[in-house]
Design a protein around this ligand. Sequence first.
Ligand code: GDD
Ligand code: MN
Length: 358
Amino acid sequence: MTESLSLVIPVFNERENIIPLVEAIQQALSGVDYEAVFIDDDSKDGTADTIRGLAGRFPVRVVVRRDKRGLASAVVDGIGFAGGNIVGVMDADLQHPPGVLPALYQAIQKGAEVAVASRYVKGGGCEGWGLVRRVISKGAVFIAHLFLPQTRNVHDPMSGFFMFRKTVVEGVALTPTGYKILLEILVKGRYRQLVEVPYQFRTRAKGESKLGVKTQLDYLRHVYSLMDRRRELGRFLKFCLVGGSGVLVNVGLLWVLTEYAGLFYLFSSAIAIETSVLSNYIFNDFLTFRDRHSRGQKDFFKRMLKFNAVSLVGVGLNLAILWLLTSFAGLHYIISNLFGIAAATFWNYLANVLWTWR
Ligand code: GDD
Ligand code: MN
């Protein structure tokens, strides 16, 4: 079967960007059998006419939607119109440099089923972004990694610039509530190999962004709709139960070793703490994160070390909060300790989900 590439490009009032974009794509993809399908939501600035005017010289066409609006649904519709067996998605405003297209295409040729242009791998970045924007963007990535395990091996799951074999989404219902269509593909699509290619997200030269605060909120709704809520909530509950069992082990052993084995209580405590950390680890490995591990013995011990490290930081956090709230906020030490336990539980859970049993 011969390979052909369809670029799906959502556009809304991007007239000034069309010609430089199409020229840059043509230059980048010389020698590749490709077409560019623009999905225009009835722009009033003449975007569609500009594209039609180029159709004689370049392999471009435009689909105008009059009944619908929205970036994600434009992309989903565009995938339906794409004739190629490989689909590329990119923006029209030149923030996604067409010069990256060959690298994405080559990654697919070499066997990846999904190739993501990524701002967050070595060599990638965001031109002219201030600290606030960076933090928000990284926060969004963190949320995706936390709640959607399928995105964890991708540094930039929010990218709007990517390529994939059409087989990845064949028979898959794509229904994004937000505008992050890649998330949808990462969670629902069928693929084994994914590659990230670094790129610099450019500043917008012409026209203006269409995405505002509402789209940020849509993002959270989207993650919520995609996550396996029962499973992840169940996981957290199991983790807390295991933690509770660890407290029993700890207190029980402290008592037995001190009262019956005659050890000095601080010495007993050290043994009791480490034993409870280990028993927590074993229960979590077999119960809480059963779906997340490979069988190798080496990995079992590697995770055990990680779990120990996480727990050590957790204990430090617990002590620090106990001390701060008691000495400086004047709380009763038992109350302070409850806050300490809550913070440590939270920390332990995050770190173990995202690191130990990644
Ligand atoms: N058809 C259609 N309908 N196209 C739209 C619509 C719409 O309602 N809204 C936006 N577009 C088109 C724009 O014309 C542009 O080509 C592309 O979608 C991206 O829109 P921008 O408004 O420029 O988005 P952005 O730059 O804020 O966000 C982009 O970068 C993010 C990374 O930070 C998008 O690519 C996001 O998907 C990406 O995550
Ligand atoms: Mn943009």
